[in-house]
Structure formats: C-alpha cells, structure tokens
Design a protein around this ligand. Structure first.
Ligand code: DGL
Length: 261
C-alpha cells in the first residue's frame, strides 16, 4: 500500500517533495486535479465532490493514507471525508489534512497574534479560525485572502510578486507569526520571509515531521505501507506548461501520467 498525496493541481508537489525527502523509503502516489484547478474560489459542495472523486481514485490505487496537501480541500472537505466518506467506503484507511499541522506549529511558536493567508475559499470556510480558536483560545487571529498569488506563481510571474505580496501582508504586519495556508505559498516562503517581520509557518517545513510522527504512533497503518521508494505522479490534464511547472517544483524531470477521475 502507498501514501497518497492530493492537490487541486501541481502546487502540492512542494509538500509532496518535502514529505518524500523526510520519508524516502515509502511508496507514493501523487494526484493533481489539473483539469479543474483552481479549487480556491469554488463552493464547498463542489470542492467536496471533487475531493471525494480524488479519494476514490487514490484509495482505488492502493493508498492506505491520503494527505490532502490542498488547503482548500482540507478546509472544505476533510471533516466530511473523515466523518462520512471514510466510514462508508474505507473504514480502515485514513485521510489527513494540512491545517491542523500548521495550527500546531503556530501553537508551538506561541506568538499571541497569528496571521493567515490562503485562498478565498479557505478563508471563507473559517477552518483556520476554528482550529486556531480550538487549539490556542487566547490567540488573536487576522486572516487575509490572497487570490492573486496562485496564478502569479503558476504562471512563472515571480517578478510581479513583491508589490502584490506586500499588499496582502500589510494588514498582517502587526501579527507575530504567519501561517502560509496554501500549497503554493511554500514556493514563495523566502520572499514572504523578506517582507514579513515575524515567524513564517510554511507547510513543507511542518507536514513531513507531523506525518513521520503519525506513522510512528500508528503501526496499524505504517505496517501496511510498502517501503520500496516507488513514486507515481498522476494528473487529470497534461500540457507542456504543467510539465515545466512540475519540473521546477521537483527540481528534476518527473513522469506525469494522465488519468481520469
Ligand atoms: N491547492 C490550493 C490550496 O492549497 C491552491 C490552488 C487552488 O486554488 O486550487 O488551497
């Protein structure tokens, strides 16, 4: 059995790569729903429907554990997937999100005022606010949707990034820590660190360790996982620019397989 990593597109490769570097011995299956990306401005119902299709694909291809690397899917669909989809379909498998690990890192940073940037859907879902209020009830939370960042990053537009980023960060500058609540933001964490004065929490630096810890605490899942170091990368649409973006994220040529959900 494998570890599945799901994202709405290819941005999740940044988190997948960090997981694979931390836990290289496992077999992985990555799925990016490039045909329907972005998810970040869609309704909860649509995001859950797309996520359930992705889970069907990944579980159908021998995933024991699936990481929803996509914050939008984690925000809008994780709870429903865990409470309804899994018990009905795959009660002995697991789906894990990326919001709780980021919030735990914010709790550990112990700065009383936390900022969050994410897609519009993630912010609107209130998932970060809910989880921060639960884990750190004394913290003040300031959120700001940052919808222009994903297209800028995906279209290799980093030379346009600074003024956009500075504008999104402006209302968060009184915060002492900042959660980057979107797959793609790991890719610009150094630029954020130049502009934001406090602690920056980037999921590629948090999720791998949390997963390693989870596997160590759950031998009933870990014991089922193959450890042959195999990787498969699947997408629902494939173009030259997706190939180039994947290459940029993984720092090497990877074979992208076209699949239907
Ligand atoms: N993967 C999404 C996330 O982490 C960003 C891209 C999208 O909007 O689909 O929220």
């Amino acid at each position: 059995m494998r570890i599945g990593v799901f994202d709405s597109g290819l941005g999740g490769l940044g988190i997948a790569r960090a997981i694979m570097e931390r836990l290289p011995e496992y077999d992985y299956l990555y799925l990016g729903d490039t045909k329907r990306v972005p998810y970040g401005n869609r309704s909860q119902q649509t995001i859950h429907e797309f996520t359930a299709q992705a889970l069907n694909f990944l579980f159908g291809n021998e995933c024991q554990i699936i990481i929803l690397a996509c914050n939008t899917a984690s925000a809008e669909s994780l709870r429903k997937s865990q409470q309804e989809y899994l018990p009905q379909n795959y009660p002995d498998r697991r789906v894990l999100g990326v919001i709780i690990p980021a919030v735990e890192a914010a709790a550990e940073a112990a700065e009383r005022k936390v900022g969050v940037i994410a897609t519009a859907s993630t912010i609107e879902s209130g998932a970060y606010l809910r989880e921060l209020n639960r884990q750190c009830p004394r913290f003040e939370v300031v959120q700001n949707p940052a919808p222009l960042l994903v297209p800028v990053i995906e279209n290799d537009g980093l030379k346009y990034l600074e003024p956009i980023l500075a504008d999104y960060l402006e209302p968060l500058q009184t915060c002492k820590s900042l959660i980057l609540g979107c797959t793609h933001y790991c890719l610009i964490k150094e630029q954020v660190r130049k502009l934001f004065r406090g602690t920056v929490i980037s999921q590629d630096e948090v999720v791998p360790e949390k997963l390693a810890d989870y596997l160590a605490r759950h031998p009933e899942h870990d014991g089922k996982l193959a450890k042959r170091g195999q990787r498969r990368y699947c997408v629902t649409d494939l173009t030259g620019s997706y190939r180039r973006f994947a290459h940029r994220l993984m720092d090497q040529e990877i074979e992208l397989e076209l699949v239907a959900l």
